[in-house]
Design a binder for this molecule. Structure first.
Ligand code: PLP
Length: 433
């Protein structure tokens, strides 16, 4: 690390290490996966740019792991949030704003007939699982390796030793009996799902799926895969939960389910729906959602759930996103950038795969097409770390992991993309051999 350039970040990191565990409030922010050392501490952001504590400017493609689709400090967002703050940030009583946002969500994602707002994606998924268990009277959960569903116990379970074995804890502190309730399967593999359902079909409450995966890098479902997931689950008497925490409002005004022609039983939202503030949601068929308290017997609550500040931000974000041309513009920028990055990589002889879906893409350093977690893991860690560090030094900010995406925002200009491509070209050239 160039210690002059990152002097303030180094100092802040030392202070942080003394008082915040690991120096960060979410492990994804540490630079552990890219060789360690001080992460860059951010001081402010505007539009497509971040400025760190040393005053270095970055073109930002992390977008805070997805939510910042409007760019940073969008003036209309700042105004909406400021106005909302001046009316009080928390009442502990219902508001019209929540009704408006729920109506807006249902209009955009019709399978969410009834909606409940929570504070994060983690909470949304955790509660969706509880709801599925309440609805089916079963406890077993299926999910796919490499998908991320937040940090509740049930989500922190990985596959056991064989394709058709029970899950094992992926974190210390997850009880073995919780892990044993989860079956983790390879994505895009109908055969493995069939095998698992042959064994556990009568016990399964639900399957969790990211309809387009964002958390092993971008991975699309094969044609027909999601149809089979739904058909087989329903045949087994279980429910289908779409975790659209990354995907909703990222690729279209609505969920990935709108594009893919799917209608899951329950959908989970987070990230973009809160416009950069803390908000999550889950929703689904009316008779299922009626099982949630106070109507039903499945409990879920929250002091900050649906607070007027987050809801106002969400409403304004959706207002801006539904303007004509938003998603076409985002996709065109992503296509331009992704094609340029791929061209640069090939020019300098790097073996890569580029998976792009709409305005998000991942560059994997591997010769193997990436369709699931096993193939994603063939991506070279060292080469990604060199790309990441090289771009950081040249003012381009990516997620510090080979399993994340570059996300475009409406704030990126053509000049930003061209500057990014020039930086990428230099780094990929330096990395040759
Ligand atoms: C980010 C993410 C979550 C967790 O959301 P948090 O708001 O970080 O708790 C869950 N599922 C998916 C698909 C995500 O990308």
């Amino acid at each position: 690390m160039n210690t002059d350039r990152y002097h303030q970040s180094e100092e802040l990191y030392q202070r942080a290490l003394d008082v915040i565990v690991g120096g960060v409030n979410s492990p994804a922010r540490s630079f552990k996966a890219v060789g360690g050392g001080a992460p860059v501490f951010i001081a402010r952001a505007q539009g497509a740019y971040l400025w760190d504590a040393d005053g270095n400017r970055y073109i930002d493609y992390l977008a805070a792991y997805g939510p910042v689709i409007l760019g940073h400090a969008h003036p209309e967002m700042t105004e909406a949030i400021t106005k909302a703050a001046s009316r009080g940030t928390l009442y502990g009583a219902p508001t019209e704003l929540e009704v408006q946002l729920a109506e807006r969500v249902r209009e955009a994602i019709p399978s969410m007939e009834r909606v409940r707002f929570v504070n994060s994606g983690t909470e949304a998924v955790m509660t969706a699982v509880r709801l599925a268990r309440a609805a089916t009277g079963r406890s077993r959960i299926m999910k796919f390796e490499g998908c991320y569903h937040g940090h509740s116990d049930i989500a922190l379970v990985k596959a056991g030793s064989g394709p058709s074995t029970l899950g094992i804890a992926d974190s210390a502190g997850v009880p073995t009996h919780v892990a044993a309730d989860v079956v983790s399967l390879p994505f895009n593999n109908v055969g493995a799902l069939k095998d698992a359902l042959d064994r556990w079909g009568s016990e399964v409450a639900a399957i969790l799926v990211e309809p387009v995966v964002g958390n092993m890098g971008i991975v699309e479902p094969k044609p027909g895969f999601l149809d089979e997931v739904t058909r087989l689950m329903h045949e087994a008497g279980g429910l289908v939960i779409y975790d659209e925490v990354i995907t909703a409002f990222r690729f279209t005004y609505g969920g990935a389910q709108n594009i893919l022609g799917q209608s899951p039983d329950i959908t989970c939202l987070g990230k973009i729906v809160g416009g950069g503030l803390a908000l999550g949601a889950y929703g689904g068929r009316r008779e299922l959602m009626d099982l949630i308290a106070p109507k039903g017997a499945a409990y879920q609550a929250g002091t900050l759930a649906g607070n007027p500040l987050s809801v106002s931000a969400g409403l304004k974000a959706l207002d801006i996103l539904r303007r004509p041309g938003t998603y076409e513009g985002l996709e065109a920028k992503a296509a331009y950038l992704a094609e340029g990055v791929l061209r640069n990589a090939r020019e300098f002889g790097h073996e890569v795969q580029l998976n792009r879906y709409g305005s998000g893409f991942t560059l994997f350093f591997t010769g193997t097409p990436v369709r699931d977690y096993t193939t994603a893991q063939t991506a070279d860690t060292g080469r990604f770390a060199r790309l990441f560090r090289g771009l950081l030094d040249r003012g381009v900010h990516l997620a510090p992991s080979r399993f994340e995406a570059w996300f475009l925002t409406i704030a990126h200009s053509r000049q930003d993309l061209d500057e990014t491509l020039e930086a990428t070209r230099q780094v990929l050239s330096d990395m040759r051999g």
